[in-house]
Design a protein around this ligand. Structure first.
Ligand code: SF4
Length: 420
């Protein structure tokens, strides 16, 4: 399949870079640990969903007129479930209405169980140039614990098929700290993943999130909680092993070969502007953070209402599509500090002061002083960052940066990154 035609305006320079996040919320089954905005059994919504996403792209296009789209990220849910026709329709809508950088990064999150050679070739042909494959583990019993639909063998063959289809920029998502997982078993998974030499590795510690099936199994005593000492050992070993393998640790949970950092996720961690579209998608745009309504059916209705308003009056507030409140200035500062500290390079205090009109010390003085003393934070010539020990205990720092106000539902301490 040929890439959608790019209008001449795509090559024109535009002032500010913008990232687009496009959420595809459908999955074949809900994994036991998953608290993402994803749904199984909503196949009947799919025919209305792509047109709604295309409509939302059109609704936002005037506001993004002066921006240049540098990265597009299809996250989920399971974007690799989308048909090639749906993906092509969305790509055409982006190219038709936005200025897209010629070297834009187009990432799509993929689930090993659905990746066929034909689908992979089609996606590559459309111009998707980076795949993020949700492998999670390379042991079948661990995949069963997570209630994933694929086997270890299927995951490795999906990676091989992606290479054969021409993907030369691959991320592999892995989870460590699994319940009952000894260090040696995590080492085996990571070594097998390294053997296929992905350009990028995301290694997350398992979190038992309230509301998930896994949470209830732990709460009922059917499963123990992950052992924090084992998790600490696994993290430390991972950091050393990946450094020896030539990967740069650039974010708490992310490693890349030189130059292969995820440009899209860097936008979140640097608090640069992004527009999220689709059910539950988050945005940080024009200095404000907001999120769309979560439920796909409500999202489709809300986009239709906004589009109807635009057609009738020539304007639309897009308010119908939003859920939750807009965070306060104090929350925005805290989000920027927490997201920035997730980067191994840390925060540039000067850039923070310019952006917020307030120094890091003025915003978080006592917490910073305390953690410079505890050894979880350190200053370099031009940065404030977590120490090697602080990288593992980051939440102890983050919690002290939060403002004393009720949490907003759409606050994004953790970047809205996704594993499928
Ligand atoms: S972990 Fe990924 S594949 Fe599993 S339910 Fe969540 S979004 Fe879907």
């Amino acid at each position: 399949m040929a890439a959608p035609p790019r209008p001449a305006s795509s090559d024109a320079p535009a002032a500010t870079a913008l990232a687009l996040y496009l959420h595809i919320p459908f999955c074949t089954a809900k994994c036991g640990y998953c608290d993402f905005n994803s749904y199984a059994g909503l196949e009947h919504v799919v025919p209305d969903y792509t047109p709604a996403l295309v409509q939302e792209l059109a609704l936002w296009a005037p506001a993004a007129r002066d921006f240049r789209v540098d990265t597009v990220f299809f996250g989920g849910g399971t974007p690799s479930l989308s048909s090639l026709a749906d993906l092509e329709r969305i790509l055409r809508a982006v190219y038709a209405q936005y200025t897209v950088a010629p070297d834009a990064e187009w990432t799509l999150e993929a689930n090993p169980s659905e990746l066929t050679a034909e689908h992979l070739a089609g996606m590559r042909g459309l111009g998707i140039n980076r795949l993020s494959i949700g492998v999670q583990s390379l042991h079948d019993d661990e995949l069963a614990l997570l209630e994933r639909q694929h086997s270890a063998e299927r995951a490795l063959s999906a990676v091989e098929a992606a290479r054969a289809a021409g993907f030369d920029n691959l991320n592999i998502d892995l989870i460590f700290g699994l319940i009952g997982q000894p260090l040696a078993r995590w080492q085996q998974t990571l070594e097998r993943a390294l053997a296929v030499r992905p350009e990028h590795l995301s290694c997350y510690a398992l979190t038992v999130e309230p509301g998930t099936a896994l949470y209830y199994r732990v709460a009922k005593g059917q499963l123990p909680e992950p052992d924090p000492d084992v998790v600490a050992d696994q993290f430390e070993w991972t950091r050393d092993r990946l450094e020896r393998a030539g990967y740069r640790h650039y974010e708490l949970s992310n490693w890349a070969l030189p130059g292969r950092e995820c440009r899209h996720n860097l936008v979140y961690w640097r608090s640069d502007p992004y527009l999220g579209m689709g059910a539950g998608a988050h945005s940080f745009f024009a200095g404000r953070r907001f999120a769309n309504v979560d439920a796909p059916t409500r999202y489709v209705e809300a986009v239709r209402a906004s589009a109807a308003e635009r057609a009738a009056t020539g304007r639309s507030t897009l308010q119908q599509i939003r859920g939750g409140e807009t965070p306060s200035a104090a929350t925005l500062r805290a989000d920027a500090a927490i997201l920035g500290l997730r980067l191994i390079e840390g925060i540039d205090p000067h850039a923070f002061a310019v952006r917020f009109g307030c120094t890091l010390e003025a915003a978080f003085g006592p917490a910073i002083k305390r953690h410079l003393r505890t050894g979880l934070l350190e200053r370099t010539a031009d940065r404030l960052r977590l120490t090697a020990r602080g990288q593992f205990l980051a939440n102890e720092v983050f919690v002290e940066l939060l403002p004393d106000e009720p949490a907003s539902p759409e606050r994004a301490y953790a970047a809205p990154e996704h594993e499928t």
